[in-house]
Each structure stands twice: as C-alpha cells, then as structure tokens.
Ligand binder design. Structure first.
Ligand code: P6P
Length: 345
C-alpha cells in the first residue's frame, strides 16, 4: 500500500539536488521532526496524564509557563543536543543560548525555537504549535556566542512549524518553496499532503486582536476600519475576521486560504517599552521566511521583517504578514501616516 511521499524521502530527495550536501542538514531536520512527533503525543495526551495547566513558573518573557511549555522545551533539547549537528540552540523558554554539552560532538548549525507557541490555548484544546529556525554557525565554532545567533532572517537556511490541530502537520521551507506534511499516525510518518503551498495575493480575511483597537496606530486603525466598513466602505467588499491567539494556527490558515495577520505595535506595548508582542528570532523570522517563500509578505509595517538586524535573542517586533497585496496596503498606509519616508514590505 502506497502511503505517499514521506517527509524523510522528501528531505533526502531535496538533499540530492544540492551539490556537496553531506547529509548533516537532512539528519538534523529528521531529528527536529522526531521531536515534533514527541511533542504532538504529549499535547494530544495532556488531559489524560496531568500535564495541562500552569507550571507555576515564568519564562524570560515574564509569562506564566504551562507545564507543556517546559515539557516541549525539554523534548526539543533532549532530541537535538546529542545529534552532532548543532553548535548551539536557543528557545523562547530559556534566557540564554544553550551550549551543546561537552560529551557530544558539535555541528555546523544553530537552531532557535518556540517549543509550544500559543500555549495559552492548550487548556481549552485549541491548536498550538512548534516554530523553529535554522541558521549556520560560524566555521569550526565550538562555543557560539549570543552574537552568532543574532543573524537577520535572510540568513535562515530552513524554517518550519508543526501545528497540533485536528491533524498534526509540519510545514517547511529551505528556500525552495513551502511544503506541508500531515502526520499519518498509522505509520508514524509525516506524508506530503500540501506540496508547493502558495498564499493568494489578495484576501478578504483579516486576523487581529480587536480588544487592542483603542491602542493601535493610525494606519492600522484605518486598515481595519475600512475592512469593517465592507461593501459600503472604500474597499467595496465585505471582509471576514479571525483571531485564534495562536500564531501557528493563523499562519497555517493563511498559507492554506490566504489572509492577513497583524500583531502591530500599539500604545499599550509602547507604554511597556516593548517593540511588539511577537519575538523576532523564533516567531517572526521563521514565519516570515515561510510566508515569503509562499509568495506572501512579512513586515513590521515599516520594514521587511527578514532584513531586521537583531539586537537581542528575545527581541519583540510588530508583525504584519500574509497575502502580499494586503500587507503592501498596510505598509502604504504606514508610509502615508509617517509622512512618506521610504519603507519596504
Ligand atoms: P494575544 C501566543 O502567546 C502568541 O505569542 C501568538 O501565538 C499569538 O498570535 C499571540 O501571542 C496572541 O496574543 O495578545 O491575543 O493573547
């Protein structure tokens, strides 16, 4: 019985097209996939084995950690540190980069991840996910410094996410388009189910947390107001709205049917001296790589996310991503509001 193209087969066939590929990246990616399968199991069984709810601790973001946040982080670390393909790793759940223990060989890659994004949804059984970004470590790097991780998103060699929803899916790019795989639990393999994912350039569906409306900057208020005015307004069409409060679920919906997702800077975040809600290194950059590879755009509203020079491992940024024509409209509104200074989506 043919189950279709497995993720393992897909990765190895991609490797064959890269001259001089050693198989290290393929092996690392397979270990990341195994970690996501383990997290999927933990998430699916959460309510049965007492691992839902708060861990009673806070992460570096000052956010309450769920038990599954910590479990998922441990799964990623324990599944990857021994592989010999990493020089180091960094996580939303760890203050500083984690060096590879001396007992294990070091490799040529760095990985950054949000082990369980959207975990505030975990206790109410709404989709959550794992986001990861893979960078190259400096040549012959035994102990990467923080600066070695702070590379712009354009330097990513791979980005992906697992979404733990009605189906567990893995979506990947290594710079040659975006492909989606669905976990076939009968054989424990991810199967290619969504080849060559493309985001429609136009959409009539926006995603934003409307409870922050009074805090938004003018261009975001203008864009959302026009969407809400629908056929009677300047857009001349009705719009739909979604907000899952799980970035992985929002991005997956946009990859599947189009849309625009916005977590913009606002007066509330500015008052907390935060440049945004979402983190650049392990949320915005990997999702930006995926979205751009699928034909979409990813901006702060004023700059292309993937060109930002990182200044901190847990740096936050505004995020406007999705259907290219809508993102470019929001960027144009920012440009008009800022007095026409040049920006790039
Ligand atoms: P809010 C989840 O905590 C997250 O980082 C993203 O996955 C999600 O899009 C956003 O925050 C939700 O934020 O303010 O609506 O709870």
């Amino acid at each position: 019985m043919d189950h279709g193209t497995t993720l393992t087969q897909f990765i190895i066939e991609e490797q064959r097209r890269i001259p001089g590929a050693t198989g290290d990246f393929t092996s690392l990616l397979n270990d990341v996939v195994t970690a996501c399968k383990k997290i999927a199991c933990a998430v699916n069984r959460g309510g049965l084995i007492g691992i839902l709810g708060s861990a009673g601790s806070e992460n570096v973001q000052g956010e309450t950690q769920k038990k599954l946040d910590i479990i998922s982080n441990d799964v990623m670390v324990n599944s990857l540190e021994w592989t010999g393909h990493l020089a180091g790793m960094a996580s939303e759940e760890m203050d500083d980069p984690l060096p590879i223990p001396a007992m294990y060989p070091k490799g040529k890659y760095l990985i950054l991840f949000d082990p369980l994004d959207g975990s505030s949804n975990i206790d109410v059984n709404v989709s959550v996910g794992t986001i990861f970004s893979i960078l190259c470590a400096p040549e012959d790097c035994e102990n990467p410094t923080l600066e070695d991780f702070l590379q712009p998103g354009t330097r990513q060699i791979c980005a992906g996410y697992a979404v733990y929803g009605p189906a567990t899916m893995l979506v990947l790019t290594s710079g040659h388009g975006v492909n989606g795989f669905t976990l076939d639990r009968s054989i424990g393999e991810f199967i290619l189910s969504h080849p060559d994912m493309i985001i429609p350039a136009d959409t009539r569906e926006f995603a934003i947390n409307m409870s922050n409306q009074r805090h938004w900057e003018a261009p975001v208020k203008r864009y959302v107001d026009e969407c809400i005015q629908g056929q009677e307004g300047p857009r001349g069409e009705d719009f739909n709205m979604r907000w899952v409060a799980s970035m992985v679920a929002e991005v997956h919906r946009i990859l599947t049917r189009g849309g625009i997702f916005m977590y913009p800077i606002d007066e509330k975040l500015k008052a907390r001296d935060q440049a945004g809600k979402l983190r650049l290194m392990y949320e915005a950059n990997p999702m930006g790589f995926i979205v751009e590879q699928a034909g979409g755009a990813c901006s702060t509203g004023r700059e292309r996310i993937m060109e930002l020079e990182p200044s901190g491992l847990h740096q936050r940024v505004p995020v406007i991503l999705g259907s290219r024509n809508e993102v470019e409209r929001v960027v144009a509104y920012h440009r008009e509001s800022d007095g026409g200074k040049q920006q790039v989506a």
